[in-house]
Ligand binder design. Sequence first.
Ligand SMILES: [Zn+2]
Length: 259
Amino acid sequence: MFWSKARRREKVRARAFPEAWEAALRDNVPYYGFLPPEDQAELRGHIHVLIGEKNFEGCGGLTITDEVKVTIAGYASILLLHRDAAYYPRLSSILVYPDAFVARQEFVEFGDDMDVMDDEDVRIGESWDTGAIVLAWKPIMQSAKGQGSTQNVALHEFAHQLDLEDGITNGVPDLDDDEAYDDWVRVMGGAYEALWKDIERNRLTFIDEYGATHPAEFFAVLTETFFMRPHTLQRKHADVYGVLREYYRQDPAALLPKV
Ligand SMILES: [Zn+2]
């Protein structure tokens, strides 16, 4: 069965990529334009698989177009480059609202530590471990046009789904070996504590303070920062940048122009 799934995906990845999809990718996923041609081809293949296997659902009046699908699958695929992609196995549906939406009762389940949101909370993204991601379209487009500082809600929510691949959303995704786990715990644990200290002392932090709410949020926030502001992350937190470069098998600071 796994063999046939792999074969099927291989065929899907090799499909021709429509011109309109390519245009949406270039307009809405700027990172794509900086990738070398072989990585662009890999990304296009992943997009085909995700669009074929995931259910996109428009909410609050939003109509799912090819542009919406390609853009969201594009960000999701960045996180899959250079690895044996599992295509977010626990995710089946991607719900998209036009803009910020009122949160459902719970959004991320952190093991035993269920995080229950206030009904009134307005959010731009959620990741459920029951098979769904909820995204707001407007902030994704703002981020694409460089208006969202370090934030990118699509990268954020898909990072939660990567984190969940090993069964628990705890800020530690599936890593290669014991050494990688040791490095992760030492570097990310240290940086998480340092962020806490800076917040307690009212210092301005480069890493978004939201990352201090839970190690899972720390990983998701740093994933956004790694791809959106790699040069500053590398300068200010070289060890964190190094751990993420190993994990994502990409070096965005070497790829993107300095701003
Ligand atoms: Zn989050």
